[in-house]
Ligand binder design. Structure first.
Ligand code: ADP
Length: 405
């Protein structure tokens, strides 16, 4: 590549896990990916996937000794070198880190330096489960791959264009000014990626489109995008707000946890854990896996039926709200596990939205997933698409754009 960055390692670090993807940017594709789990425990596990000489994907899985993230990266580096993906003794040219919270400090990806590390650390109280783990990954990579340029790509950055009337809550000013209480939004990398893919498919510039993107995975969020800028999004101060998710409640009267705290003596920590891990589809019907919920509904489970109705109704309400926020709509885009793969959920979400020019075509909707599937009824005002997200590729591209600008 003319600028000398052809291999990018994309890293997503959790407190006891590392997800990685090795991208060859000159060929525009993924050469290997994998996951280390149970870091710091006995029997850490390294799962790795790469194509063999015939271009067929081959998966390997083995126990490793990884007392910390540094040790885990040493195993990843050794594996990438042993399999010829990296040259002997070499590292990737660049590393792109997914960092969950950029607060108001970061509205774009940045090259990592000591000031950036300090700023990510300062933001840790806003994302106590994520930013500290992301920092561990950054520091371990500085050690394991000292010659690679490193970039932080923030989940919140795409939503920094929200206007104050969308990001402020109606609470005392002081809460915002002193404590940063506002809507930040998450999943930004995915919303941006699918919005750009959708515009490309439609043969239009993103600048000329009004779009709603629905990222429906285990976590779920909606974004309203006008002229390429995000103007509203459903996740808020934390990823808890908005749509019904696998295990998160989504929108909830703030008085509910306060009531449970005083009436039942539940601690703030336990309520926080319950709302994030035991609520959503799981709380309503016992499973957070949408395929399983659909199966249970088919078998006549009333809890599963109602859970799906609440799930789809909440999304439909957001589509209506964002239609109003945008002042019209050109495209509705579904993505992530559910959005890409579930025709039945897509059609239930769109049912009743014909008045807004939104309707799913039953035949197109059932087609097997492609990178982009147009599933809307032809001739409607709004184009409806299912677009396969690729956060790793987006992070790799943003990493290169920072390093080459
Ligand atoms: P994550 O947020 O963990 O990355 P994914 O984007 O992989 O999650 O989405 C996971 C969700 O997608 C699960 O609820 C899973 O059941 C759902 N899903 C995946 N494939 C299908 C399918 N064919 N039909 C319905 N739901 C699906």
């Amino acid at each position: 590549m003319p600028h000398g960055f052809s291999t990018v390692l994309v890293v997503n670090c959790g407190s006891s896990s590392i997800k990685y993807s090795m991208m060859a940017m000159d060929r525009g594709h993924l050469c290997a990916s994998g996951l280390v789990e149970k870091i710091g425990e006995n029997g850490s596990l390294l799962r790795h996937r790469a194509d063999n000489a015939k271009g067929e994907p081959v998966e390997s899985r083995r126990e490793i000794k990884a007392g910390d993230h540094r040790a885990a990266f040493a195993h990843i580096a050794a594996l990438l070198r042993n399999t010829g993906i990296l040259a002997d003794g070499a590292g990737p040219d660049a590393i792109g880190h997914r960092v969950v919270h950029g607060g108001e400090a970061f509205s774009a990806p940045v090259r990592i330096d000591p000031d950036v590390i300090a700023a990510i650390r300062t933001l840790s109280p806003l994302a106590p489960l994520h930013n500290p783990a992301n920092l561990i990954g950054i520091e371990a990579c500085l050690d394991a791959f000292p010659s690679a340029s490193q970039v932080a790509v923030f989940d919140t950055a795409f939503h920094q264009t929200l206007p104050p009337h969308a990001y402020r809550y109606a609470v005392p000013n002081d809460w915002y000014e002193r404590h940063g209480i506002r809507r930040y939004g998450f999943h930004g990398t995915s919303h941006r990626y699918v919005a750009e893919r959708a515009a490309e498919y439609l043969g239009r510039s993103l600048q000329g489109l009004k779009m709603i993107t629905l990222h429906l995975g285990n976590g779920a969020s909606a974004a309203a995008i006008r002229h390429g800028r995000c103007i509203d999004t459903s996740m808020g101060f934390t990823p808890l707000e908005g749509l019904v998710m696998g295990t998160r409640s989504g929108d909830l009267d703030a008085a509910v946890p306060l009531y449970l705290e005083t009436a039942l003596g539940e601690s703030a920590d336990s309520l926080q854990a319950m709302l994030n891990r035991e609520a959503g589809l799981k709380g309503l019907c016992g499973s957070n896996d949408l395929r399983e919920v659909l199966g249970r509904e088919q078998a006549g489970d009333e809890h599963a039926r109602l859970a799906l109705e609440i799930y789809c109704y909440r999304i439909r309400k957001y589509v209506g709200a964002y239609f109003a926020a945008l002042g019209g709509l050109d495209a509705l885009v579904f993505t992530a596990g559910v959005g890409e793969n579930s025709p039945v959920v897509r059609s239930r979400i769109c049912a009743g939205l014909e008045a807004l020019g939104i309707a799913v075509d039953p035949e197109f909707n059932e087609r097997s997933p492609e990178p982009v599937n147009e599933i809307g009824r032809r001739g409607q005002a709004v184009r409806v698409l299912a677009v396969r997200t690729n956060e790793e590729l987006q992070i790799a591209r943003e990493t290169l754009s920072v390093l080459t600008s």
